[in-house]
Design a protein around this ligand. Structure first.
Ligand SMILES: [Zn+2]
Length: 230
């Protein structure tokens, strides 16, 4: 409760990556402020709940969100490296190779003495000398990050929720396969860095949709992993 009171006088801009002159009470002006290279305060504080308090985090909550976004950045990078950017390179190369092969095969019909040469595999982007992997990366989409007590109550969150302190994010998934990939990557990051997280939960709504709830606390992380938490 003390942190919530602190909110009303604090200047959020001091704690954000990009400079902002906005002060509390004007959350819309802060929405674009970056917590990390690919995540904004707006993304981590958005809510569909209709409440009076504006869902404004305190300095402490923002520090927690930034710590969490460090993990989300690593998740984003590794997911894209493993499943998006490199995979598309392979499929593009395969498509190109198929195209070259089929045109050479048709040429062969007219020139029966020609040998079929294996083509060099060059992606169109590499041929253009462009390194625009960034353009092709898939974002990590956050359904819910920080929740004020009012918002948490409105969405039916538990009173001890890590969302209340900016330590948790619900990560949207397109299906169970992506969910497992995200969870695996986060576990790998934890193992490799020897940094613990607090919760890695598959949460499900009564309607049956599910998402990955991931939480990191400043200290006392419990490494709770659960398959289903309704
Ligand atoms: Zn959650």
């Amino acid at each position: 409760m003390a942190q919530v009171e602190l909110n009303k006088q604090a200047h959020l801009s001091e704690h954000l990556t990009t400079s902002s002159v906005a002060t509390l009470g004007h959350s819309s002006e802060l929405d674009g402020s970056r917590l990390s290279p690919h995540f904004t305060l707006g993304e981590l504080c958005k809510t569909s709940a209709k409440t009076q308090d504006g869902n404004i985090p305190s300095h402490v909550h923002i520090e927690n969100l930034k710590r969490l976004c460090g993990w989300l950045e690593m998740l984003r990078k590794r997911y894209n490296e493993r499943y998006v950017v490199n995979r598309r390179d392979v499929s593009t190369t395969l498509d190109m190779t198929k195209g070259v092969l089929s045109s050479r095969l048709s040429a062969l019909e007219h020139h029966p003495f020609c040998h079929l040469e294996r083509s060099r595999e060059i992606s169109p982007r590499a041929a253009l000398g462009r390194d625009d992997n960034e353009d092709r990366e898939e974002p990590i989409i956050i359904n819910s990050g920080y929740r004020s007590p009012e918002v948490n109550k409105a969405v039916g969150g538990v009173a001890t929720s890590n969302h209340l302190t900016g330590c948790a994010a619900d990560i949207r998934v397109s299906g169970i396969e992506q969910l497992i990939r995200y969870a695996t990557i986060l576990l790998d990051i934890s193992d490799e860095s020897q940094e613990d997280f607090d919760e890695l939960l598959i949460e499900r709504s009564p309607k049956g949709s599910y998402w990955l709830h991931f939480a990191v606390r400043p200290s006392g992380n419990r490494r709770k992993v659960r398959l289903i938490q309704t």
